[in-house]
Design a protein around this ligand. Structure first.
Ligand code: ZN
Length: 172
């Protein structure tokens, strides 16, 4: 099923998500399928479980947006174990539709995570993939990309969102 995306302002987006302890269950498989489906429906390259209201440490990434199955990445209980360099670039988030900001991120990132079976693996990404690893793992720690922009810009975004919410134009 396709979940609707939880938007900025919902507390679940700013809480630390809980670790997955049970692997290879039908529920977990279903949740991952639903996360990809929801991500594609929203035309995103990545989605973290809190963004569909589920406070668990799971993220899915697919930079090809459903074009290339080889690019599907499932990260369960991920952590960043190495980062190097920096990159500047625009970043957006499905939970903050309509906004994009320059965000400085490491250029190269290695994550350690578990797969659906609970097996631990490591994966290194550069450029956009490194950015996605950072962005999604931030979500699992209750952080949105706007925590990486200046306080001035963050306040501006907050005010705009509040205005939209008042007008009934921010989520449901
Ligand atoms: Zn996001």
């Amino acid at each position: 099923m396709t979940y609707s995306i939880v938007l900025y302002g919902e507390p679940v987006l700013e809480k630390k998500a809980e670790a997955i302890k049970e692997f290879d269950t039908p529920e977990l498989h279903q949740l991952i399928d639903d996360m990809f489906e929801s991500c594609y429906a929203a035309k995103g390259v990545g989605l973290a479980a809190p963004q569909i209201g589920i406070p668990k440490r799971i993220a899915v990434i697919d930079l090809s947006v459903a074009e290339d199955p080889q690019q599907k990445i499932v990260l369960i209980n991920p952590e960043i174990i190495h980062k190097e360099g920096t990159q500047a670039g625009e970043e957006g988030c499905l939970s903050l539709p309509g906004f994009r900001e320059q965000v400085r991120r490491p250029k190269r990132v290695t994550v350690r995570a578990q797969n659906l079976k609970g097996e631990t693996f490591e994966l290194t990404g550069e450029d956009l993939l490194a950015r996605a690893f950072n962005h999604e793992i931030d979500h699992l720690n209750g952080r949105l990309y706007i925590t990486h922009v200046s306080a001035l810009k963050r306040d501006l975004i907050r005010r705009k969102v509040r205005k939209l919410a008042k007008a009934g134009e921010w989520g449901g």
